[in-house]
Design a protein around this ligand. Structure first.
Ligand SMILES: Nc1ncnc2c1ncn2[C@@H]1O[C@H](COP(=O)(O)OP(=O)(O)OP(=O)(O)O)[C@@H](O)[C@H]1O
Length: 327
């Protein structure tokens, strides 16, 4: 286990913070901690890496209790808000960070470190910009330099707090590609974000925080493939078919027919538990003499889930959302 927390709690004087957070992150996993602004994500991360002392609870990070300096030795961390010394070059920033992580001055200037710096600049797409001063970097490049710092000492666990914040769509896309590369290399990544595209693209497992409480934890696969909806465009549809087809649906399926077009086509919104059920429906429709024009999964499930979990009406402490997640 890379990280395991039990009941981590931090309450600020204002009464906010995060309460009773128990999470586990396994080796090789890309884990996304989701939640709206102010949910408590950064507070949780700061407790994990020892920047904040929890009021209650405990945890193990890379085999050592959280807060212990040894637990941080194999950790790469990108803070949410960071500023580099803009008069330094990218390479100098990296060398300085190598020093901060405990290397002697001579070691930070070794040829070994020079090739490692080259390598992380390459991985983050900054290869030909290492000799430029940070003041000449775009925000996206600075963010990637921050990720390069987090990767520099080849950490076992990489914690990225909002790595795409303040980036334009191109910058976000670049960071997402980098996250995909880290995932493909089998790195363990803990990603703190409210960007659902990043989570959908790279995360294996997600947790959702709201008002300081853990609302749900589960795998992306469960989340995106359970109870999903499809829009099926069909030809030769008759409104009365809705009843007969509806009667033959399997448990967990539902059908809502849209308005019939003058050419006889219609869009059916189907909810099904898995793709096999959609295959079953196809056979059913064919038996009724219906022609299938298009089958399209309805996008935005994660967004819907995010919105429903963020609404005040969502049950506190519950994980039994439609996707079958646990909390
Ligand atoms: N040092 C602090 N002192 C007092 N309150 C704080 C402090 N840091 C955070 N908070 C409050 O605690 C709550 C959780 O903040 P936190 O920064 O952990 O949330 P977050 O989910 O990371 O938000 P964001 O996505 O906006 O960064 C918020 O209400 C915030 O105002």
């Amino acid at each position: 286990m890379m990280l395991q927390t039990r009941g981590l709690t931090k309450t600020y004087a204002s009464g906010t913070g995060c309460m009773d957070i128990s999470l586990e992150i396994k080796e090789g996993q890309v884990f996304g901690l989701l939640g709206p602004n102010g949910a408590g994500k950064s507070t949780f991360v700061k407790m994990v890496i020892g920047l904040l002392t929890p009021d209650a609870g405990n945890g193990m990070l890379l085999g050592k209790p959280i807060g212990h300096p040894d637990s941080r030795r194999k950790l790469g961390y990108l803070p949410e808000l960071f500023r580099f010394q803009e008069w330094l070059t990218g390479e100098e920033v990296l060398r300085y960070h190598a020093g901060l992580s405990g290397l002697k001055l001579s070691e930070t200037r070794s040829s070994r470190m020079a090739s490692r710096i080259k390598e992380v600049l390459r991985v983050t797409g900054l290869n030909d910009r290492g000799a430029d001063r940070v003041r000449n970097y775009s925000k996206g490049m600075q963010q990637r330099l921050g990720i390069a710092c987090a990767l520099l000492m080849d950490p076992e666990l990489i914690i990225l707090d909002e790595p795409s914040s303040a980036l334009d769509p191109v910058g976000r896309y670049e960071v997402r590609q980098l996250l995909e590369r880290l995932r493909d290399e089998g790195k363990t990544v803990f990603l703190n974000t409210h960007l659902l595209e990043d989570v959908e693209a790279v995360c294996d497992e997600v947790a959702f925080l709201h008002l300081g409480k853990l609302r749900a934890v589960g795998s992306m696969r469960e989340l995106l493939h359970a109870g999903t909806s499809w829009d099926i465009t069909v030809g030769g549809w008759q409104p009365e078919l809705a009843e007969s087809v509806g009667r033959s649906l399997l448990p967990g399926m539902s059908l809502a027919a849209g308005i019939q077009e003058p050419d006889g086509s219609a869009v059916l919104r189907i909810t099904a538990q898995n793709r096999e059920q959609i295959g079953y429906l196809n056979r059913l429709l064919m038996e009724e003499g219906i022609t299938l024009y298009e089958v399209k999964p309805v996008q935005g499930r994660l967004e819907e889930w995010f919105l429903s979990m963020s609404s005040a009406a969502a049950p506190s402490g519950a994980g039994s959302v439609e996707g079958g997640l646990r909390a």
